[in-house]
Design a protein around this ligand. Structure first.
Ligand SMILES: C[S@@+](CC[C@H](N)C(=O)[O-])C[C@H]1O[C@@H](n2cnc3c(N)ncnc32)[C@H](O)[C@@H]1O
Length: 470
């Protein structure tokens, strides 16, 4: 502990390494100071804005000596927008940091020694890689430090863009974004001008009223399909007719328009009603040889090209043979099941959301895949001896749970079922390492392959390969 470091103190620090959630850190006599936006190798002058017993947080005042790992960000909002936190970091350094975060999770949380964490597989496209972007409307525009410093005057009663990091009330009015495509950025600007001309009200987070809430753009990577999903507080036939006419004349690339109605106060792009205004209400995209139909509210990996890399890493880790029975647990719209089905005897997928399961069944049929069975249900309730009696003991069991990981009872059930090969796909190495520590006595952990689906963010996917101990 460093009693001499007080809130408000100005310090000069040498940044040591990346830490949790994309921040960087340095240590003074063992006392940790987190510095958002800093890069390992930087010498920075900072002001401490938070002081706790075990750590402090400090904001950069000046970069005294920049790290050799710094690069020029492409986007003018890079230092203030929550969409990308690492645009100013060399891509190889981002990958190294992700590999290291997986290693540290397995060592520190899982208690695994000498785990073979394979270097994160990087993306070819580090910009314009997302197939889905969710922009927010706000009646309280948040001005970035650069905008304030410019001295210009801004209309702060309207914003359409992304949030500042960690703050859902702060929406930046984005005129550029390099995450989806140039067309998507043009659409954001065109839609902003149109709705302002129409004088449609936008969501006011304090008053909790306003018509426009979110703009979701889904753009397929491998087909020409392009969906606009406008999330509004209520249905207005007249406005939707005007909006449809505007899109069809200004952005003829749009193949379908959906209007989601979310009349609640939760800031989410999901809602209680969906209207397909024109087009089929879905888009199609391809991963490997399979084509997937994606509805406006369906989960689909947001980086189509890297999803293929991730699924290939699963295939490699599983070492499938044509006689294998495979369980794909937490199956979403069945993308992993359908990807692996041609290489095995049968796949059983389990997923909580009924619509996703219906999607998965339709996707299997549309791709001529007949050796898959999907069940809807909560893993905790469904995954029991009756389930495994019904489907048979799997040779390979794949899990791909949400960030929170697996319930310990699900882990216990997997250990009891004892499949020969166990593949754990995760978007959170901390919960993955915690869960796998529970099967250490029954399984050998051979390696963990990190895969990067989200360049310029700290997020990482990882595929762990385990086999039953002999
Ligand atoms: C990370 S996604 C994986 C989806 C799929 N494997 C993919 O690559 O697109 C996790 C999925 O688990 C589902 N899920 C969450 N909790 C669940 C539960 N308790 N039982 C079954 N499925 C669950 C979610 O609905 C979501 O589709």
């Amino acid at each position: 502990m460093q009693p001499s470091i007080k809130k408000g103190a100005v310090l000069t620090l040498e940044i040591e390494k990346f830490a949790d959630r994309g921040k960087s850190l340095c240590r003074r006599d063992g006392y940790v100071i987190f510095v958002p936006g800093a890069v390992p190798g930087d010498t920075v002058k900072v002001r401490v804005y938070k002081r706790r017993k075990k750590f402090a947080e400090a904001a950069i005042l000046e970069i005294v000596t920049p790290s050799p790992l710094r690069v020029a960000p492409r986007c003018r909002y890079a230092s203030s927008c929550g969409g990308c936190k690492w645009q100013h970091v060399d891509y190889q350094a981002q990958l190294d940091a992700k590999t290291q975060s997986v290693r540290e999770a397995f060592e520190h949380v899982g208690g695994f020694d000498e785990v073979d964490v394979r270097p994160a597989i990087g993306a070819e496209d580090v910009y314009y890689y997302r197939n889905k972007m969710e922009f927010s409307f706000s009646a309280m525009r948040w001005l970035t430090p650069d905008e304030i410093a410019s001295g210009a005057t801004f209309d702060t009663s309207f914003a359409l863009g992304l949030h500042a990091p960690g703050n859902f009330a702060k929406v930046i009015d984005l005129e550029e974004c390099h995450l989806q495509s140039e067309l998507s950025a043009r659409m954001v600007n065109g839609i902003r001008t149109f709705v302002k001309q129409q004088e449609w009200s936008v969501w006011h987070v304090r008053r909790q009223q306003g018509y426009l809430k979110h703009l979701v753009i889904r753009e397929a990577a491998h087909t020409e399909d392009l969906m606009v999903n406008l999330v509004t507080d209520h249905w207005s036939e007249e406005r939707m007719a005007q909006f449809a006419a505007f899109l069809q004349s200004s952005f003829p690339e749009v193949t379908t328009l959906v209007n989601t109605i979310n009349s609640g106060v939760a800031q989410t792009a999901f809602g209680e009603e969906m209207h397909t205004v024109f087009g089929p209400g879905t888009i199609r995209d391809r991963i490997g040889d399979a084509t997937f139909e994606v509805a406006s509210n369906a989960f689909f990996q947001t980086n189509t090209k890297q999803a293929h890399v991730l699924y290939e890493a699963v295939r490699e880790a599983a070492g499938f043979s044509p006689t294998d029975l495979v369980y794909d647990l937490y199956a979403g719209a069945g993308t992993i099941s359908i990807h692996v089905a041609p290489h095995v005897r049968h796949v059983v997928g389990v997923e909580l959301i009924e619509e996703a399961v219906e999607n998965a069944r339709r996707n299997a049929k549309a791709n001529g895949i007949e050796n898959v069975t999907f069940e809807t249900g909560d893993m905790l309730a469904l995954f029991n001896p009756t389930f495994t009696d019904r489907h048979g003991k799997p040779d390979v069991l794949i899990v791909d749970p949400p960030r929170a990981g697996l319930h310990s009872k699900v882990v216990a059930q997997i250990a009891q079922l004892a499949p020969e090969r166990f593949i754990y796909v995760s978007c959170n190495p901390l919960s993955q390492a915690r869960d796998l520590a529970l099967v250490r006595d029954a399984y050998d952990l051979h390696y963990v392959q990190a895969v990067d689906l989200f360049p310029h963010t700290h997020h990482v996917e990882s595929v762990a390969q385990l086999t039953l101990k002999k």
